[in-house]
Design a protein around this ligand. Sequence first.
Ligand code: LIP
Length: 265
Amino acid sequence: MTTHENVHAERLEFASTLARQVGQYALKYWEQHGSENLGTTSKGLQDFVTIADKVAEDTIRNMLSEHFPEDGFVGEESGGERGEGGYWVVDPIDGTANYLRGLRHWGVSIAYVENGKTVLGVIHDSPTDRIYAATLGGGATRNGVPIFVAATINPHSAMGIIGASRRTSIDLYLAQLRALHDAGIEHRKIGAATIGIVRVAEGVADFYYEKHLNCWDALAALLIASEAGAQVVAPNLEEFVPNGGEVFCGVPSLSPQLEGLLLAV
Ligand code: LIP
């Protein structure tokens, strides 16, 4: 292994262990307190944060800072600084609205960015206790076993996952649903980009699309999906990290049609 690969292997192992620990903490916190006693506050219309989100992010930030003090950190709840070298991008609980109600689509997302590229990504799908992971050029795994996108070629048997939030136009969303419907393509909406994107990586869904995601919602999952063979469309990190943006990933065989239906609307 080169020194670079060693650096990534060490960080990947540490981030995987940390993501699982934090995901299991969040699950236990919900089981102990229930959806009414999570200290939930609103950040905006249909946009929530719980005590578990804050404790989870503080734990991740402190552990990463202790083990990799030279790295920068950007988190959904506490912000942060990218710094001069590599930096971490963290969503402590992606799918918070699901988490606080007890719906199963949520997880912990940890990405590491170096030289303008996401070089490793880890997701803990906490309700199922699965670790999804990837390094740039190293493939994607679920609990250590390689995963690959689906081989779907007929749009009339295609099913994807669409995300939408109050940050974007409902009219655009409805137009996109109409375009998919008219093309004979099915969709689901699950409220957690990280989980929706890894469903593409493991071949369960054929695509994921959302008009606006924040970097912490998507960086780790998009690397995993790309390493599993997905076609990925997302802003470059200079734009994505500060502002977020439009995200698509899909099976290569259907991506030209899907991008035409979703990105062009
Ligand atoms: C959520 C995303 C979801 C999006 C929501 C929110 P959070 O992340 O996973 O896809 O539609 O607006 O951004 O806030 O639960 O970490």
